[in-house]
Design a protein around this ligand. Structure first.
Ligand SMILES: *Cc1c(COP(=O)(O)O)cnc(C)c1O
Length: 244
């Protein structure tokens, strides 16, 4: 497996500080100053040294997309003190890697995947946070459940013994059109708000499902304006990916 080292001369700590400054500005600009939007650093395609280095620079929340990579980097991330989230599509036959190394799987897109994770977590005597991935843009290439199905799946997943649904995740429309991108993010926020409202009325059991994981290097300001609680940033912290 081909993974990239941190390029010589790239200052991870400075890049991370720049991203955090962008987040703070965006919070203030949208009337959310001090709301504590978290930065998850997407370390996919970067090798174990690079991933551990960003953790030591303060980027302790990291996202990995491919379980083959997480197998290779998991121990280094663990040793550096990382909190690992799975942010790529997870095959059921790779779920054991997530259970071994990840605190949260953000990409739950079926009850079957959640059932498998729950069973493996019970075997490992651990609990796991999960988010429901929703395809808000409607693009066929994008993973995630249909917005109309998100609440039903979230409730079904929350009912499983070892899992806690902490919120909803989406990959936004890849477009320079602000209004269209934000419309998708607003849709995810509405789904989250519905989950919390129904839970208050006692019908959904999703009282922990308040997270909105949305926004990346290019559009994190738009996602924060629409209520993101966590942005997932790769390129702006790690540098440009050479690998796919
Ligand atoms: C790679 C990745 C990101 C980060 O993308 P950048 O554009 O490099 O910031 C965010 N979310 C997911 C699901 C990713 O796979």
């Amino acid at each position: 497996m081909d993974l990239s080292p941190t390029p010589a001369g790239w200052d991870l700590a400075a890049a991370l500080a720049d991203v955090k400054a962008r987040v703070h500005l965006a919070e203030a600009a949208s009337g959310r100053a001090g709301s504590g939007v978290r930065v998850l650093v997407a370390t996919k395609t970067w090798d174990a040294d690079a991933a551990a280095a960003v953790v030591r620079a303060g980027g302790t929340l990291v996202g990995e997309s491919r379980m083959q990579e997480l197998d290779a980097k998991g121990e280094a991330l663990e040793a550096a003190g990382a909190h690992v989230h799975v942010i790529g599509q997870l095959q059921r036959n790779k779920a054991a890697t997530a259970v071994r190394f990840a605190e949260c799987v953000q990409t739950i897109d079926s009850a079957r995947l959640a059932e498998r994770l729950s069973r493996l977590c019970l075997e490992a005597e651990r609990e796991m946070d999960v988010m429901i991935q929703v395809n808000v843009s409607g693009e066929e290439s994008k993973a995630g459940v249909h917005p109309d199905e998100a609440l039903a799946i979230a409730s079904a997943v929350q009912a499983l013994p070892a899992l806690t649904v902490t919120g909803f995740m989406t990959i936004g429309l890849h477009s320079p059109a602000e209004a269209e991108v934000r419309e998708g993010y607003a849709r995810l926020r509405e789904i989250r708000d519905q989950a919390l409202i129904r839970s208050e009325r006692g019908s959904a059991g999703l009282t922990s499902a308040w997270e909105l994981s949305m926004g990346m290097s290019q559009d994190l300001e738009w996602a924060i304006a629409e209520g993101a609680t966590m942005v997932r940033v790769g390129t702006a912290v790690m540098g440009r990916r050479e690998l796919p």
